[in-house]
Each structure stands twice: as C-alpha cells, then as structure tokens.
Write a protein that binds this ligand. Structure first.
Ligand code: BTN
Length: 261
C-alpha cells in the first residue's frame, strides 16, 4: 500500500493554477497518474512506457531504490517526492524542458510554502544555499517521435539518522504536502510546455537564478576541470562564463557540472 494518496494528486491537478481561475487542461490533456510504493527509478519506468507509445502521464514513487541523477550519479530517494512525467510533445520547447521543470518546481514550492527557492543552473533547485531538488530530463525514440521524460526529486523530510554522508552538507528539505506539490508541479510544467513562451521562461528563470554575475565556479567536463567566473545567462539559457585565460564560453547543460567555489 502506497503512502501517497492518488485522489489528492488528482484534486491538486484540478485546482486552478496559482489560485487563479485558469483552466490548464483546456490547452493540454490532463495526465493519468500512477503511484507505486517502491521502484528502481521512475524515469526508467516511464522510458519503457514512452518507447511503447504511452500518452503523457505521471508516475510517483514513495521510494526509489536506484534513483538516478545527472551524469550517472545516484539520487537519494527516501522521504521526498519522486515524480516522473511523460511530457506532452514539447515542439520548440524541447531544448528547455529542464529549465521549464526547474521553474515549475520553484514556483510550486513558493506557492505552497512561502519559501523562495532559487535555481542553480541548470537543473537544481536550492533553498537557503542547499540543494532541495534535482531534475533529470531524458528523451527516448518512439517510432518516428522523440518522447520527453522529466524526473523530479524534492526532499520533503530528513531521514531518521540524517541524509547520507555524501550529501549531508549540501542537501536540505522543505515541509510541504507531497500530493499538492506533485499536482502543482505537473500543472505548471504541462501548461508551460503547451503554451511555450521563451521570453517569459528566460525572465522567470533568470529572476530565480542562484548563480550571480561574478560568482567563482569550477566547470567540470569529461575533459577536465576549469576555474571560471559567471557572467550571465544568455537568451537561450546557456551560462556565459569567463575563464582565467581570458576566454569566454556559453555553457550548455549537456555534460557540464558546476561547483560553486
Ligand atoms: C540530479 O540531481 O542530478 C537529478 C536528480 C533527479 C531525480 C529524480 S527523482 C524522480 C526521477 N527518477 C529518477 O531516477 N531520477 C529522477
């Protein structure tokens, strides 16, 4: 028996966006929701379904025993929200689904808790200097179509005995109703894909940026590490950085990982 309540998730999906009488589901089909008490990775489960041609849907797990992070890392998955979605076809929003998911998480947490999380380029949501949420967007081929999956993990509690050693200094959590949060995130994400507006996304993403001009970072690529300073976010939401040798580069998410120095 799962600890997550399916009816509450549907009720949250039905409730108006931002408390305004805005009907999200006019422009995009409401997803089916499935809840499981335990799985390896909700992203992996939905990748299988997406390849088989499944419609947009949500999968929530109480617990993942092989939660996946970016670049082959694991993701600690107990006591939080572990949500994956097969997204509606994103069209020109395709390169930005991670950014859209990050904005959806930030706005949902702010709406439900009054907290003001920030987005650490490109896929992390931070609260008071620590990681609250990780996002992993993936895509698979289904016949002629590319299908997109957004995976979102939000810490909603500290496990008994604390977070695992590797993340105890960098992780945080927020007290928030899990089902309402799932519904709010999905509503915002599906709406922003179906009504994609790049300028609006750049504005809301930049406003919420955790990284500021002049921040000293380490850029970590498969080819090695380099010290850099943050310059700005570009109009395509790449991160413009300035290296010690005077060169600049527009980083796109892909294989890049950042560490704030
Ligand atoms: C990261 O921090 O590098 C990304 C973490 C993404 C975690 C979520 S939890 C739901 C979905 N299922 C997974 O296995 N990963 C994503």
């Amino acid at each position: 028996m799962s600890e997550t309540n399916l009816e509450k998730v549907y009720a949250s999906l039905e409730s108006p966006l931002n408390g305004k009488a805005e009907n999200v589901w006019k422009s995009v089909e409401k997803p089916m929701v499935k809840i499981v008490s335990e799985t390896g990775s909700t992203n992996e489960d939905l990748k299988v379904l997406a390849r088989e041609g499944a419609s947009p849907c949500l999968l929530i797990a109480d617990k993942q025993n092989a939660g996946k992070g970016r670049q082959g890392r694991g993701f600690f998955s107990e006591g939080g929200l572990y949500l994956s979605a097969i997204l509606p076809s994103p069209g020109e929003a395709a390169p930005f689904v991670t950014h859209l998911a990050a904005v959806a998480v930030r706005e949902s947490v702010a709406y439900l808790t009054g907290e003001k999380p920030l987005i650490k380029w490109v896929n992390d949501v931070y609260l008071k200097g620590k990681k609250l949420c990780g996002i992993l967007c993936e895509s698979v081929q289904a016949g002629k179509e590319r299908r997109y999956i957004a995976g979102i993990g939000v810490n909603l509690s500290v496990p008994e005995g604390g977070f695992p050693k590797e993340i105890e200094k960098i992780a945080t959590f927020v007290r928030c109703d899990k089902e309402r949060l799932a519904g709010e995130i999905a509503k915002r994400l599906f709406y922003s894909i179906a009504n994609f507006n790049k300028e609006e996304l750049v504005r809301s993403y930049s406003r919420a940026s955790y990284l500021k001009r002049g921040d000293e970072i380490t850029v970590i690529k498969p080819s090695g590490e380099k010290q850099a300073k943050v310059l700005s976010l570009t109009n395509d939401l790449a991160l413009k950085v300035f290296y010690e040798n005077g060169e600049t580069e527009d980083l796109i998410a892909g294989e890049v990982h950042l560490r704030l120095r």
